[in-house]
Design a protein around this ligand. Structure first.
Ligand code: CA2
Length: 154
């Protein structure tokens, strides 16, 4: 089994409690359970984490960078929430653990929303970005990591 971290940033613990027209009706616990099941079916051992604190997210990225270098992790699926648009520290953390693949996920289509959501400091250092496909985006990101593990990435 290949270890993968599904990491969610600030306010995503509120999923399913408000704004269902933007973020859907599933709770974070639902999304995490779905990721674990979907990953298991594809040979991925999915660990889930969420934090509202930038430093805690950075610490987790560093920790998984160490695991990746030791050959014990495949990558990170990361929804950085609003830190996407503000955090050069998260940009630097992801750059600091290269070539660990970090796949950026956004539930909503940030490009169809306010202008301040159009800038991502994560996109330039992400292996790729999946945007606006709802919570399915997390599963598509897991597929991308599973394909890498199987040597199927083209
Ligand atoms: O679309 C996404 O996944 C976002 O990363 C979500 C962030 C937002 O700041 C980004 O621009 C796009 C916000 C997450 C807040 O989630 C809530 C969920 C339910 C109720 C309130 C907030």
């Amino acid at each position: 089994m290949h270890a993968v971290l599904v990491l969610n940033g600030p306010n995503l613990n509120l999923l399913g409690t408000r704004e269902p027209s933007v973020y859907g009706a599933m709770t974070l616990a639902d999304v995490e359970a779905r990721c674990r099941d979907y990953g298991r079916q594809r040979g991925l051992d999915v660990t889930c984490a969420q934090s509202n604190h930038e430093g805690a997210l950075i610490d987790l990225i560093h920790e998984w960078g160490v695991r990746f270098r030791a050959g014990q992790a495949l990558g990170i699926v990361f929804n950085p929430g609003a830190y996407t648009h503000t955090s050069i520290a998260l940009h630097d953390a992801i750059k600091g653990v290269e070539p660990l693949p970090v796949i950026e996920v956004h539930i909503s289509n940030v490009h169809a929303r306010e202008a301040f959501r159009h800038q991502s400091w994560i996109a330039p250092v992400a292996a790729g970005s999946i945007i606006g496909l709802g919570v399915d985006g997390y599963l598509l990101a897991l597929d991308a990591l599973a394909r890498r593990a199987a040597g199927l990435k083209t």
